[in-house]
Design a protein around this ligand. Structure first.
Ligand code: PAF
Length: 285
């Protein structure tokens, strides 16, 4: 596996490859990321991963400074997973001039965007830059960041980018907690409490799948339970899978998206609900 830090090195290493499968990351990799590399390997070659903690997508007071930088360990994992090339630019390489052109995605101020102003502009801008640098045929993003995935799929469509977006399922710990680099911030007690989020989402999805159409009541029940157990809830929201807006009551495919803080750690998660087809596998967790 090759490690490069500049766009010039990246372009030289990629040469004329036309089937590149690309996995953008911010590093501090866990098995969820590795499952995205596995998905990339099934579709394209070479497999390229980027590691860049993007300052543009962090707000004031967020965890940009404390976000773990673990390049050597990340490279060992990527190498073992069969990644061919790692692009790890520094901020100077990515933003050699002040970034004055920003992508302004629709829905950027909703859900997580309402609590993290500028976040999705920062994500879309860096991903568009990375796409131009790597010029992949395939790009892989996890469904855990549901709104991010939705926004990036829209960006690819609307800017006519010749890239196929592949969606990786959320990887979970045995107790259901979605894997995230930020889980490392949790104390022992918080880690024991953290699976409540997905447990409540599963119960809420079940209610919708068996016919509940009072989405506000479903959202409220999840929020109330989280708050009663010491969480600070940003939002719990039932949305349409199609457009990420409030679903119509007859809509069959919705998604419940949530973000809440446990101590100093902000966790996000989501669950898709398909009315009429209860996902039995999910009930086993
Ligand atoms: O999901 C992430 O890790 C980041 O938002 C991404 C897509 C790598 C952009 O910085």
């Amino acid at each position: 596996m090759q490690l490069v830090h500049t766009v010039t090195e990246l372009r030289a290493a990629l040469g004329e490859h036309r089937d590149t499968a690309f996995v953008p990351t911010m590093g501090n990799l866990h098995s969820g990321h590795i499952s995205l590399i596995d998905l990339a390997r099934k579709h394209g070659s070479p497999v390229v991963a980027s590691i860049f903690v993007n300052p543009l997508q962090f707000g004031i007071g967020e965890d940009f400074e404390r976000y773990p930088r673990t390049l050597a360990a990340d490279c060992s994992q990527l190498d073992a997973a069969g990644c061919d090339l790692v692009f790890a630019p520094d901020a100077q390489e990515m933003y050699s001039q002040p970034q004055t052109f920003h992508v302004q995605p629709p829905l950027a101020d909703e859900l997580c965007g309402a609590f993290r102003p500028g976040h999705f502009q920062g994500v879309a801008t860096v991903v568009l830059k990375l796409f131009n640098m790597v010029q992949p045929r395939y790009a892989v993003f996890g469904k855990k960041d549901y709104q991010q995935l939705f926004i990036l799929k829209g960006m690819v469509r609307q800017f006519n980018l010749p890239i196929v977006i592949l969606e990786g399922e959320t990887s979970r710990a045995d107790d259901g907690l979605a894997l995230s680099s930020r889980n490392a911030y949790l104390t022992k007690e918080e880690r024991a409490e953290a699976p409540r989020l997905f447990r409540l989402l599963r119960e809420a999805a079940h209610r919708i799948e068996v016919g509940e159409r009072d989405f506000t009541a479903v959202e409220q029940a999840v929020s109330d339970d989280l708050r009663a157990h010491g969480w600070r809830v940003d939002y719990v929201s039932v949305r349409s899978q199609v457009n990420l807006l409030a679903p119509k009551s007859q809509e069959s495919d919705s998604v419940i998206i949530a973000a809440a803080h446990l101590g100093r750690t902000r966790l996000i998660d989501n669950i898709e609900c398909c009315s009429g087809s209860i996902d039995l596998k999910r009930q086993e967790i």
